[in-house]
Design a protein around this ligand. Structure first.
Ligand SMILES: Cc1cc2nc3c(=O)[nH]c(=O)nc-3n(C[C@H](O)[C@H](O)[C@H](O)COP(=O)(O)OP(=O)(O)OC[C@H]3O[C@@H](n4cnc5c(N)ncnc54)[C@H](O)[C@@H]3O)c2cc1C
Ligand code: SF4
Length: 556
């Protein structure tokens, strides 16, 4: 029997969230904790791309699965597109209770509170669903040499694109990805997309497209996990301009809480929201249970299991391993949390004399992949991969005032409706010192050691970003921008690589199937596994890899 405080904590949360049914109708969140068992075949920690997809695969095969997540089910109401409720209020609506501390530049540690929702970051993500390029799986020689003294500076995956291709297909089908085959000059070998892409570009996207073509570049429509035709998801996309950083009010962005977890639940998976895993119980070299904490009441409870699947994201998964003592048990212990990568991203904001941001104008339709593998003219001294340019819609005035650097705040807010932005995503390389670690004396309100993050970019990362931003500036000038300003992105939204998979415990934390070296029944499926992601937004790769591992676990 669960303890009474445990039940009370859950009944509080039922007032907040709701689960969209496959019919698109919203149902109040159903309390499941009354039926919570003492033991499950699988416990998945985290319900984002890594956790949600593996839970989907396991439950579909009839395996008993409990998913534990710190977050709440998001509401589908006016708050979804409300900048104030989501980002400006103190605290923002979905801000989690447990921070991680970040040291990313001079000035020391900064507490960062991630948004925590069932579905992980997918509820706020932009929906861009790209596959890695074939060469990304081989790693990149110029990135390998970034930190050549380190035994873990290699970027190659332990398998090739072909091994992941069928799971990319499956992930795209589950997420109903809309794309245009053959437009992207760097696209790997693949079949048709499940859904056709945008029929017509919005006026600002069309202008960027035309300017890029005039410059001899090859713009392409971005593959997106959104329901454009009304038949690939719950609600139909209304092409609003709040996709990135907002929740889709009309249920058209196929995040995990809409497109994946309801199906897993239909197949019997249980979701325990607003509960944090605080420790994995390990005995005789095997994971045996998970200590979970009710974040509303502070009550703890241990749930037994045959298998623990960690999918807390690239910052929290290594922290969970470290607080559970896995570093002492695994031959790969010293690598846990190392080689944190996050891409090096920035936005080039172009200001125009005319209005670009009219209501109902989506400015996230196209990408420009010409610089993905580096300088197309092969003249630059900076060899190796550069990155990808993508449109990204302008944020609201409040967010610009809150988050933009001092020199852009007032200008950006004033010109907000006259901006067109290009997001520059540049490839970064692994560095041994960039890491997630814990310190026994830095604990959260529940006494659990917090994740500490140390990250510095390599000079090459900055050089590449500068080159890419220069190209974005040229394009925006060609479109007609009278002024272009650089706005850095300093979040860890694309973090990966902290528990990389590989063939050897000397240079990886797990085997190629996410099994942690040296601890039986302990598997990872999230972004922390990826040794390298080029400059591709990572969600589809995390999803495909989790499905691949799920398939293997079913057959075990
Ligand atoms: C604003 C934004 C836009 C983005 N846009 C794109 C895009 O367009 N395309 C793209 O490919 N990528 C995008 N990304 C990145 C993408 O969303 C992430 O790479 C991806 O969601 C990571 O998946 P994950 O499963 O590894 O981790 P997460 O999504 O972080 O999921 C981890 C889950 O674990 C839970 N959790 C953590 N610790 C615990 C614990 N101790 N106990 C229980 N639960 C725990 C968290 O609450 C969370 O739900 C975007 C990210 C952001 C923030
Ligand atoms: S652009 Fe479409 S999918 Fe994205 S938030 Fe708006 S309606 Fe939803």
């Amino acid at each position: 029997m669960p303890d009474i405080a445990f039940v009370l904590g859950i009944s509080k949360q039922t007032e907040r969230g709701c689960i969209p049914r496959m019919t698109g109708k919203l149902e109040p969140r159903q309390c499941q904790v009354g039926n919570l068992k003492n033991s499950y075949e699988n416990i998945v920690i985290g319900s984002g791309f890594g956790g949600g997809m593996v839970a989907y695969a396991l439950s579909k095969a009839g395996q008993e699965t409990l998913v534990v997540d710190r977050g709440v089910w998001v509401r589908r109401d006016e708050t979804c597109w409300d900048e104030k409720a989501l980002h400006l209020d103190t605290p923002p609506l979905y801000q989690g209770k447990i921070p991680f501390n970040v040291d990313q530049k001079r000035g020391g540690l900064m507490a960062t509170y991630p948004y925590e929702t069932v579905g992980g970051m997918s509820t706020f993500y932009g929906g861009v669903s790209l596959r890695l390029r074939e060469s990304d799986f081989k790693g990149e020689v110029h990135l390998d040499s970034l930190d050549s003294n380190s035994p873990v500076s290699k970027t190659a995956w332990p398998f090739h694109y072909q091994a992941l291709a069928p799971y990319y297909d499956e992930a795209e089908n589950i997420l109903g990805v809309a794309g245009a085959l053959g437009e992207d000059i760097t696209e790997p070998a693949r079949g048709a997309y499940p859904q056709g892409s945008f029929n017509k570009l919005s006026p600002p996207s069309q202008r960027v497209w035309d300017a890029a073509r005039k410059m001899g570049l090859h713009p392409c429509r971005l593959p997106m996990a959104i329901n454009l035709d009304g038949a690939h998801g719950q609600g139909k996309c209304v092409l609003c301009n709040t996709c990135d950083y907002f929740i889709c009010k009309v249920c058209a962005k196929n995040d995990l809480s809409l497109a994946v977890l309801p199906s897993a639940m239909k197949n019997g998976a249980e979701i325990l929201d607003q509960h944090g895993a605080v420790k994995i119980e390990i005995k005789n070299g095997a994971a045996q249970g998970v200590v979970v904490l009710n974040l509303n009441t502070g009550m703890r409870r241990t749930i037994k299991t045959k298998r623990v699947i960690l999918a807390c994201g690239a910052i929290t998964t290594p922290q969970m391993l470290l607080v559970s003592g896995v570093d002492q048990l695994s031959p790969a212990g010293k690598l846990i949390g190392r080689c944190l990568m996050r891409h090096i991203n920035g936005v080039m904001a172009g200001a125009f004399t005319y209005r670009t941001n009219v209501p109902g104008t989506l400015q996230k339709m196209i990408g420009i992949p010409d610089f993905y593998h580096g300088d197309p003219l092969k003249k630059s001294a900076i060899k190796g991969p550069w990155g990808l340019l993508q449109e990204i819609g302008p944020f609201g005035k409040g967010l610009i005032m809150k988050r933009a650097p001092f020199g852009f705040k007032h200008f950006g807010a004033f010109f907000r409706d006259r901006l067109t932005n290009l997001l520059c995503i540049a490839a970064d390389g692994p560095q041994y010192n960039n890491r997630v670690y814990v310190q026994p004396d830095r604990v959260d309100q529940f006494g659990v050691p917090l994740a500490q993050v140390y990250h510095r970019y390599h000079p090459r990362d900055y050089q590449v970003l500068r080159l890419l931003c220069g190209k974005a500036r040229e394009i925006l000038r060609e479109v007609g921008a009278f002024y272009v300003h650089y706005v850095p992105i300093e979040t860890f939204s694309h973090a990966f690589g902290t528990c990389r998979m590989g063939n050897d415990p000397a240079s990886s934390v797990t085997d190629p199937l996410g099994q942690v070296w040296g601890v039986k029944n302990l598997v990872i499926t999230d972004a922390s596994l990826l040794p390298y992601t080029g400059s591709v937004n990572p969600s589809l790769t995390i999803a495909a890899n989790a499905l691949r591992i799920g398939q293997h676990l079913i057959g075990e």
